[in-house]
Each structure stands twice: as C-alpha cells, then as structure tokens.
Design a protein around this ligand. Structure first.
Ligand code: FES
Length: 334
C-alpha cells in the first residue's frame, strides 16, 4: 500500500454507535405491562392452536367436510390440523419476538473477542452475564409470561407425539393369519366365482382369494395376505413327499402368492420349467418341489395351501396355511 493510500485509510474514523434511544416500555411501566399482556396473549393463542391441532387429529373424522365461504367445501380434519399448527407456531414465534423487542434488556454491550479458549476470568464473567440475562429477562418477576410460555412450549412439544398415532394400531398376530380355513372356497380374483378343477387346463395359472360371506367387504390388506396362486400340472410331474402330494388335487397345487423374501407378488410362471419367478429380486421357486427356492434371495419356499374339493365339486382349502405367509420378520418361527 502506498503512503498516500494509508493516509486516506487513517482519515476514516470509527463512527461509533448511534446514541441509544430508550423504548417506551423502558420508561413507562404501563406500556411495559401492556406489552407483557400482549406477549401472554400470543403465547396463550399458541397453546390454543396446539389444542386445536390435537382436537382435530383425534376427534374430527377425516371424512368430515364443512362449508367455508370463499374456500367452499373443506375437509374439517385437514383444516383443523393446518390452522392449529399455523396458529401454534406463528404465535409462539411472534410472542418471543415481541417479548425480546419490548421487554428484554435493550443495551449495547461490547464484548472483546478472544481466540480459542477464554481465560478463567472471562468464563466466570460469561456465566455471570448469562445469569444476569436470565434475571433481566424477568421470568421471575413476570409469572404470567413464565406460565403462558411454559404452556405454549410444553404443548408444542406434544405435537410430534401425535405422529406416532399415524403408525396405526399394533399388528398383534394379524401378520400370521389369513382368511383361509378348512372348507373355504377358492374364488377367482377378480370375479369372486368359485372354481372347479375342470376350469383349469394343464399349464394354467389362476390367482384366487378365499370366498367371503355375503356382505363382508374385502379390504386391500386382506387381498395382500390371502392371494393364492393355483397351478395345474400333470400329477406325475410333481416331485413331492406324500404329505405335500395329499395337499394337491388332480394336479392342481396352491401356493401363497406373497414372496417369502420381501412380500412382492410372485406373478411370473414359466410353464416349460415349472418355475415361479418373483419380479422384484428374481427369487425363483420350483413348483414341482413345493416351491423350493432355487435362485434368489428368498430364504424359504412359498407356503403351500392344502386343497381339495367340496361336495359340490368346488375347490376348497383343507386347512389354513400351516405357516405365516409373506416375508420374514422378527419373531416369526418359519
Ligand atoms: S420380494 Fe421376491 S425376490 Fe425379493
């Protein structure tokens, strides 16, 4: 830097801080009291917002619609959640800002910066300053703010707990049970028509579901667990022990369609090789050997459903599945 440039820099003086202007709340106790009430109102509104959110989540059905001018028909559940959360978050933030701007100490403080660790004296000063700051914030002297802030913060902390409810009820032993029982007819999917052995030619594959009583609704989660594949082969093509052979009927064999790896639908049947293939990770099951795994990551065969025919000649289950269908999970025995 040349001498002339350094002289120019020397000429720029530190302007210092502008003169401090006291706020109205610093000099007028009535204004301070008013500000305190405003802060308390904002924190109270925040608490009410959280209560609205909780109420809407638990008590308002997500199928309830209400008419709101301009918005029209609106889902009351979603509206309550959105409004509640918006009010809770906005008011707690606005209250904190208003509190800081009107009631917290308004002083310019010069703090010397030090590199790395401060010396012990500064550290003690820091602790003292923090304590003074807490004291100056006036929580002890302003119990109204203290209580409403506590209520607002405490209730807003509950919000994440509500999300746990969205995980749904515990499954219990639902994962281990299907609707297949002794005598349950196999019906077409879709169509719900009972199936006779002669409906299937050799080489044919059909997806089936258990017959439901009249009026009982079939839910998606039922379909996902109950789906069964029927495959017809020549009886002499089976390579099964006598028990598993007795679970077949005139060359028709039934397996759970839910892959024992991660639960995809095993949907591809190679008629020439008699292999069932899962499209997700290519696990391959040999139909002639009770769906033994011959390739891929699946660790166990597809559960076989024992079938026979009822008095009217329709295919029925001999018994429920002898093991849980679907992918492996902790605590399962097979
Ligand atoms: S889900 Fe079938 S192989 Fe992975």
């Amino acid at each position: 830097m040349s001498n002339s440039e350094s002289r120019e820099v020397d000429l720029i003086k530190d302007p210092g801080l502008p003169a401090h202007v006291h706020r109205r709340t610093d000099t007028d106790p009535a204004a301070a009291k008013r500000a305190e009430r405003q802060v308390a109102i904002l924190f109270s509104l925040s608490a009410l917002g959280t209560l609205l959110l909780i109420f809407s989540f638990i008590f308002v059905s997500d199928e309830t619609f209400i008419f709101i001018p301009v918005m029209g028909e609106t889902n009351a559940h979603q509206l309550g959640l959105g409004l509640g959360m918006a009010i809770a978050l906005f008011c707690i933030g606005a209250g904190a800002i208003h509190w800081a701007k009107t009631l917290m100490p308004d002083e310019e403080i010069v703090v010397q910066r030090h590199e790395f660790r401060s010396d012990d004296e500064d550290r003690a000063d820091f602790v003292k300053t923090v304590k003074e700051g807490a004291e100056n914030a006036g929580l002890g002297r302003r119990p109204l703010i203290k209580r409403t802030l506590g209520a607002a913060l405490g209730l807003s902390g509950l919000t994440p707990l509500l999300l746990l409810r969205d995980l749904g009820p515990l499954p219990g032993d639902d994962l281990k049970k299907t609707h297949w029982k002794a005598g349950t007819r196999l019906v077409t999917d879709p169509g719900d028509r009972p199936i006779r052995p002669e409906d299937l030619e050799v080489g044919a594959v059909a997806q089936t579901q258990p017959e439901f009583p009249e009026g009982k609704e079939r839910h998606l989660e039922d379909i996902a667990k109950d789906a069964v594949l029927l495959i017809r082969m020549r009886p002499e093509e089976f390579n099964l022990d006598s028990e598993r052979l007795s679970w077949t009927h005139e060359g028709i064999i039934a397996f759970s369609k839910i892959c024992s790896h991660m639960g995809c639908a095993v949907a591809l049947y190679e008629q020439t090789t008699k292999h069932l293939l899962c499209p997700c990770h290519q696990s391959t099951f040999d139909v002639t050997r009770a769906a033994k795994v011959i390739f891929g990551p699946a660790a166990r065969p597809l559960p076989q459903l024992a079938i026979t025919v009822d008095a009217e000649g329709y295919l029925v289950a001999q018994a429920p599945f002898t093991e849980p269908v679907g992918p492996s999970f902790w605590g399962r025995l097979s």
